[in-house]
Design a protein around this ligand. Sequence first.
Ligand code: SAM
Length: 286
Amino acid sequence: MENSEDLGKAKPYVDANGVTVERLSPAAPEPAPRMNLSEALVTRQQHEIVARLEPAVTAIVGPDATSALPDAVAVFFDSYRTSPLTENKGGSQFNDGLTLFVLARLLAPRRIIESGTHRGFSSWLLRQASPDAELHSFDIDHSRLALRAENTTYHLCDWTERDLTSGADDNTLIFFDDHISHARRIIEAAARGFRHLLFDDNFPVTTLYATGGVPVPTVAMLLDGALQGGEELTWTRNNKLYRYRVDSVSLAEARRLIARTVALPDVTDLTAYASPSGMTYVELSE
Ligand SMILES: C[S@@+](CC[C@H](N)C(=O)[O-])C[C@H]1O[C@@H](n2cnc3c(N)ncnc32)[C@H](O)[C@@H]1O
């Protein structure tokens, strides 16, 4: 957090730690976190991020991803820095945007379907990551849509209301970031022949307070052997009390459709951009 005593100082000064502080001109409020390190430090930060992401990304994409990952991370940094949207409250931030971008770029799907457009930031990122993919973004509310990416179809409805099943094969990636039950989305995707899914907000029962409107049962809950059907889970967030009774039927139905899951590691400690995301790739059985 910025030291409030230093806010009014217009001239460069050296603080108590020997750090020279210079206010940039024109002075403007800092928007969403932007990379403001020197290039040398950015390079070092990117190396650390690549090392952290590599095991999960190669597990999802395959061994060829190892050589392509550094470039994908570097291109993400450039995209994020130059994004026309500087604020995305309620949507993807740096850490989850990074994993979304990297996977969309390295999987190189022919088609991407996103559920949860919000302001349009993640669809814009997907378009930068995968310029040639056919891109569909769904939301039931367009009142906050501020950024439209090129060659992208924005649908004002639930994704199940459009028939995109033609060619629903290995070449489609679906990104669910709509706070709708992960179990429900898995069952819907499987029924339509899709197999490659990416979920945001995949929180285990012990951190269900991490986001408002958590998409229960989450993927983590589907894989949680200790969770009992009929069990009531309660948690609070922002002065609201949430209760959810575990439905063993939908839990079992969704669980049996999953071939494997790969959680994307958190990089908060490497970027200091604190925003829990819980991005998880889910491959469904054939
Ligand atoms: C967390 S925001 C999405 C953020 C966005 N993906 C981003 O990263 O910038 C969740 C969005 O899901 C939308 N939503 C809610 N129900 C939905 C549904 N049935 N289908 C699609 N979107 C839905 C909400 O209106 C909201 O805009």
